[in-house]
Design a protein around this ligand. Structure first.
Ligand code: ADP
Ligand code: ZN
Ligand code: ZN
Length: 802
């Protein structure tokens, strides 16, 4: 007897295990581990992943596999293994881990419907619901008000039955082609017989007489400026016929990329690439940290290493942060490797993502460039994995499974015995510390390839501005520099480091701040719609005219959103053309690219934006970069705030003067003496690292310890607090002496969507059984989680602390 082990798509804790199903005769040949199947589960049918096959089971009453969804496994045996590890490492469910590794469209879609089985009359309401149909979608019943008892009785009587449908959402794009269905001489005959009034039909026939190959329908219609009806008439006359072909939605036109050749490497690049090439040659796994200033040619190193990998017949995965998946970055990879490159990022439609994934799955490409989830590319012979800007937080997934792409990369690097390259101008402290200890191999690129110096950074103390009577957001120095830049016909990038600085609404009379009624967070004012919006839930309300607390009309918005800065800027320098780039102006698909193109075409003098403008952009004509509020992140309750500030300032400075024109940078701050600001202005990573490590050591933060964050939420304040308390207590019983459990404390945002939130933080150095202990402690609450809507989340590598 053939039996399959299946992980079923039922995301609940007690079901985090495989179930055994019998493999019916007809599937025995085809079924392989890694395929998706449909299986009965209780009264329903659900999707599942086959993880293995056996001949024995400890259960005797096995159900049959109902259907097999794939012709070839969607998860390779390596990915099945990786998924199990991922789930265990992040304390997630196996099913969640498997689904995270696949494109959205391969997730199942569940539907329920009623089928009428007999002609026997049904109760009136049911009869009118079926209205002559054999099938009724279950949602119609739920919304119709028909009593559930009636349905149940009809089921018991055998008059109707319930079906649970599992649909795979896969959509393939089909394109229609037209070709002649007769010999040429028959077409010629028909041509002569056609009346001269059927002008378009004659043109079409003439075309196919010349060219009897098939032609894409839409191209044909365009060429002859005609509609489908002319073609249809010829099809009706059996002169032409249609065929359909499946195509990939390739979001990029590969022909449009200019081919590039490998550059002759600089001495520093040579030194950095040699050990990587050696590992590629010898199928050896090492993690390399390439620490290179912006413009030092890291990307060229990636390209040439990949070249070797392709030459060996192997495959490459390149991760870049979502935000730097700009057309510029894509062009560099497509320019070098053409159509061997698949690109995966969130701006693609689900169908496009699926098609790119299939090009990888079917081995039609050798390289994938993508955001975080591209680390799961189903390649089977990986020769290199590259993570650019490795310090970026976007490599950490913030919901289940809460994984870090760096860890997955290293795991896959070990599986495939290939090098993993981490590149950054400002490596994360964790990675740099590992390189210092020799766990990673460090290469340093200290020089730009064009030997240009890094732009000079001027720090402006905003307190002095205030003393001098300048109360605006723009220092005198910045205003002057922007004007000079403008008069030279050059461009400026202005960064508003907005995190922690949104436009909230406060009453000047009584100090009342408008907060979201469901989340403990101030509402944000949106000028265009004159609405107050919550950034954590969908709540919004109109901007009030009177204070709801004291009825004063002195209710105003405060803080500095990009919109306000834009207004102030246009007042200050009216002749400047300003482009604003923030979440509001880039929400629509393609908006981001459009704004960048406008700026590249010099349709604006100033690009004003949030963090998203700091990365990867490369404009020849930008000679001035201004940072409006360098310290706005520094005071957030996050131990990484100094590191993030240093990274951001270094990144944004790298945007100026990348080409022939020299650049300069102005950093406005209220705390010029802070080491992260001072050292960023000197481009002194090494010193920053030393300094920051001392701070981390003193307060016992990573990389000196590991963290685990447990968050509890519930609609009832007391339940949330008590559960967190019990979890903390439970953990103390399990841990070693040098480990600490902090809390419970209310989360930094104590309420979101009407749920109260408490957290416990575990700080540990060595705690081999921590995962098992946490699981054991939170297991006690399984019942409450299921029945009482209690939520407990565990993050084994927390990045979002606020
Ligand atoms: P990074 O990724 O470190 O910021 P890039 O790889 O983007 O650096 O290189 C910066 C610029 O230098 C690019 O315009 C690139 O084409 C160019 N470049 C890189 N390597 C070389 C080289 N060996 N010789 C000449 N130009 C180079
Ligand atoms: Zn809210
Ligand atoms: Zn008031």
């Amino acid at each position: 007897m053939m039996i399959a082990n299946v992980i079923v798509d039922v995301p609940a804790i007690p079901i985090n295990q495989t179930f055994d199903y019998r493999i019916p005769e007809r599937f025995q040949e085809v079924l392989q581990p890694g395929m998706r199947v449909i299986v009965p589960f209780g009264p329903r049918k659900v999707m599942g992943f086959v993880t293995g096959k056996t001949s024995k089971s400890s259960y005797d009453k096995l159900k049959d596999i109902a259907d097999v969804l794939d012709l070839t496994p969607v998860l390779t045996s390596e990915l099945l293994d990786l998924g199990r590890w991922l789930a265990e490492d992040t304390l997630s469910l196996y099913i969640t881990a498997f689904q995270a590794m696949l494109p959205q469209v391969l997730k199942a879609n569940y539907k329920k419907e009623l089928e009428r089985l007999s002609e026997a009359p049904l109760p009136e309401e049911l009869e009118s619901l079926f209205a002559g149909r054999d099938f009724v979608p279950y949602v119609e019943i739920e919304t119709s008000g028909v009593h559930y008892n009636q349905v149940q009785k009809a089921i018991q009587d055998g008059d109707v039955t319930v079906h649970y449908l599992v649909k795979s959402r896969v959509t393939r794009k089909l394109v229609t082609y037209i070709k002649p269905s007769r010999d040429v001489h028959l077409l010629e005959e028909a041509y002569r017989d056609l009346s001269n009034r059927a002008k378009k039909q004659k043109e079409l026939l003439a075309y196919f007489i010349e060219r009897p190959d098939e032609t894409e329908l839409s191209a044909l219609l365009k060429k002859f400026g005609t509609t489908r009806s002319a073609v249809n008439s010829l099809i009706d006359k059996q002169l032409l016929e249609t065929s359909q072909k499946e195509i990939y939605r390739n979001p990029y036109d590969d022909q449009a990329f200019e081919q590039t050749e490998a550059l002759k490497l600089t001495e520093q690049q040579e030194l950095a690439i040699e050990p990587i090439k050696q590992d590629i040659r010898e199928n050896h796994h090492n993690v390399f940290l390439v620490h290179g200033v912006t413009g030092s040619g890291k990307t060229e190193i990636y390209l040439q290493a990949i070249q070797d990998v392709i030459a060996k017949g192997q495959e490459a995965i390149v991760l870049v942060p979502e935000i730097s998946l700009t057309p510029q970055m894509v062009r560099r990879f497509k320019g070098r490797f053409g159509s061997s490159v698949a690109v995966m990022h969130s701006a693609l439609s689900n169908g496009e993502k699926y098609d790119e994934w299939r090009r990888i799955h079917q081995k039609e490409v050798q390289v994938v460039v993508g955001a975080r989830s591209a680390i799961f590319a189903p390649f089977e012979n990986i020769g290199i994995i590259i993570i650019d800007e490795e310090h970026e937080n976007s490599y950490k997934q913030e919901d289940q499974p809460r994984y870090h792409a760096r860890d997955v990369a290293i795991r896959r690097g070990q599986n495939h015995q290939c090098p993993v390259i981490l590149g950054s101008a400002t490596p994360s402290l964790e990675s740099y510390a590992r390189a210092q200890k020799g766990v990673y191999k460090l290469s340093t690129l200290s020089k730009r390839t064009n030997d240009k110096a890094m732009p000079h950074v001027e720090i402006v103390d905003m307190r002095n501005e205030l003393h001098a009577g300048n109360r605006s957001m723009f220092s005198r120095s910045l205003k002057e520099k922007v004007e000079q830049c403008l008069s030279r016909g050059e461009q400026t990038v202005l960064l508003l480091n907005r995190r922690g600085y949104s436009t909230f609404v406060m009453c000047r009379e009584c100090g009342h701040v408008k907060e979201c009624p469901h989340c403990d967070i101030a509402l944000t004012f949106h000028k265009n719609s004159n609405q107050l919006k919550c950034h954590y839930c969908a709540y919004e309300e109109p901007m009030p005219t009177y204070c709801p607390s004291c009825s004063s009309d002195l209710i105003r918005f405060f803080g500095t959103g990009t919109q306000r800065i834009e207004e102030a800027l246009t007042k200050l320098i009216p002749e400047a053309r300003v482009l604003r780039m923030d979440v509001d102006t880039t929400r629509r698909k393609g908006a981001h690219e459009k704004l960048l193109n406008q700026f590249a075409n010099k349709e604006a003098d100033i690009l004003l934006g949030t963090q998203m403008i700091a990365k990867g952009l490369d404009f020849e004509n930008v000679t001035l970069v201004g940072v409006l509020t360098a310290d706005s992140m520094l005071h957030l309750p996050d131990f990484r705030s100094a590191e993030k500030t240093f990274q951001l300032l270094t990144q944004v400075s790298g945007r100026a003067g990348r080409h022939d024109l020299p650049g300069e940078v102005i950093v406005q701050t209220y705390t010029p003496e802070h080491y992260s600001i001072e050292l960023a202005s000197q481009y002194d990573y090494e010193k920053f690292y030393q300094n920051e490590m001392r701070v981390r050591k003193k307060f016992q933060y990573p990389p000196f310890v590991f963290l685990a964050l447990i968050t509890v939420s519930h609609q009832n304040h007391v339940t949330a607090a008590q559960t967190a308390q019990r979890i903390a207590k439970g953990l103390w019983n399990h841990i070693q002496t040098e480990t600490v459990v902090l809390g419970p404390t209310p989360s930094p945002i104590p309420r979101i969507k009407d749920r109260y939130r408490y957290q416990c933080m575990v700080k540990y150095k060595q705690e081999p059984n921590l995962r098992a202990s946490i699981q054991q402690v939170i297991r006690q609450f399984d019942d409450q989680v299921r029945k009482d809507d209690l939520q407990i989340t565990v993050d084994m590598q927390p990045y979002q602390l606020i």
